[in-house]
Design a protein around this ligand. Structure first.
Ligand code: PLP
Length: 405
């Protein structure tokens, strides 16, 4: 933790400790600037950012086109509320609906709000379209899920750190093992409104389900009259080398939940995207958000969608991901017990003999690379999609040194 011994950094961290709730345990680095895949701390030391704010920075820090869209809109109009129309929301919704191949968009702010909205939509659909009895709707979720931090959402987490001590929790959720389609089939009954899964579990450590799982979930949901809700908040928008992680199996869910990178790394922007027969169940006044769909976020989101529409970021993530996978695979047996890679997204399990994920992240920090541990022994890599192959090589070289030390 050599960086925290410097007085400037230490002073800032100490001041934070005095006044900031301890709901995070950040690495001891104080970032002051960012550009592309790189950030600079208050002492002027540079770091390669291999976390990208958990994929919210898919296009890197300060992408010029996204910054320009935001700056242009900042000077014109930032907030109207949905009490009125604004001239940016329609174009954003149209572009996002087209990217998803769906009819309708419901804009919110954070990922957790998109998940909450998806739950409301699924229940309303169950009661109004499917004919489920009042308050009987059930949603099937996967073990190891991460869908956000609201009380309803942590209530169906099976991670004690996320849920313990915050009950009572909302009923209506059924757990099945992740990656097991037969378990979903067995869990579905006449009251099931939806299956809600991450196509690849991010927070759990980039857990990739067996090939064919998403297709099986799609077929099951269609056959049993249940909505397939894909939480693509972290996996979507280019991260895995395709627009959505569901594309890896050529699968289209009934409902996309989007967030993180949708806001271009500038502001929170999330959305629920679905066809009219699903999202059309919500009526005026039943759902909303003061900031959801604000013109500044819509202008940024429109720019993000336009950048994804060209496919260049997806192609880049796929090619760089293959490159990264080769380099990381070579570490297995050398301080790494397993590697899982999907596009430019990797979970690297650290051999306990080397140290914890946190310790590896701290040693990487000292070498100028930012990574974050998850669940003890895993580090997650999610570089900005603008990163260069040579920068990835350099970062893996640093990891090799850390593992060997
Ligand atoms: C981050 C995340 C969320 C929650 O998003 P917030 O913007 O932090 O509320 C939900 N689902 C998944 C899969 C995520 O990775």
């Amino acid at each position: 933790m050599s960086t925290s011994t410097d007085t400037g950094t230490l002073r800032i961290i100490t001041a934070e400790d005095e006044h900031l709730a301890h709901n995070y345990h950040p690495l001891p680095v104080v970032i002051a600037r960012g550009e592309g895949a790189w950030v600079t701390d208050v002492e002027g030391k540079r770091y390669l950012d291999l976390l990208s704010a958990y994929s919210a920075l898919n296009f890197g820090h300060g992408h010029p086109a996204i910054l320009a869209a935001a700056q242009e809109q900042l000077g014109r109009l930032t907030l109207t509320s949905r009490a009125y129309h604004n001239d940016r929301l329609g174009p954003f919704a149209a572009a996002l609906a087209e990217l998803c191949g769906k009819d309708l968009v419901l804009p919110m702010n954070t990922g957790a709000e998109a998940v909450e909205t998806g739950i409301k939509v699924a229940r309303a659909w169950a009661y109004r379209i499917k004919g489920v009895a009042a308050d009987a709707a059930k949603i099937v979720v996967a073990n190891g899920n991460f869908h956000g931090r609201t009380t309803t959402i942590v209530g169906f987490s099976d991670d004690p750190v996320a849920y313990e001590g915050f009950g009572p929790y909302a009923p209506g959720f059924v757990h099945v093992p992740f990656g097991d389609a037969a378990a979903i089939e067995a869990a579905i009954d006449e009251n099931t409104a939806a299956v809600l899964i991450e196509p690849i579990q991010g927070e759990a450590g980039v857990i990739i389900p067996p090939e064919g799982y998403l297709r099986a979930v799609r077929e099951l949901c269609t056959a049993r009259g249940v909505l397939f809700i894909a939480d693509e908040i972290q996996s979507g928008l280019g991260r895995v080398g395709t627009t959505f992680a569901c594309d890896r199996e050529g699968v289209v869910p009934d409902v996309y939940l989007l967030g993180k990178a949708l806001g271009g790394g500038i502001l929170p922007l999330s959305a629920v995207v679905a066809d009219r027969d699903v999202l059309g169940v919500i009526r005026p006044g039943e759902h909303g958000s003061t900031f959801g769909g604000n013109p500044l976020a819509a202008a940024v989101g429109l720019q993000v969608v336009e950048m994804l529409a060209s496919g260049e970021f997806q192609t880049r993530a796929a090619a760089l991901g293959e490159h990264l996978a080769e380099r990381l695979d070579a570490l297995v047996g050398h301080g790494v017990t397993a590697v899982r890679v999907a596009g430019l997204w990797a979970g690297v399990d650290i051999d306990p003999a080397v140290g914890t994920g946190r310790e590896v992240a701290e040693r990487m920090l000292a070498r100028g690379v930012l990574v974050k541990d998850t669940h003890g022994q895993t580090i997650r890599l999610a570089p900005p999609l603008v990163v260069r192959g040579t920068e990835l090589d350099w970062a893996v070289e640093q990891l090799r040194h850390v593992l060997a030390a």
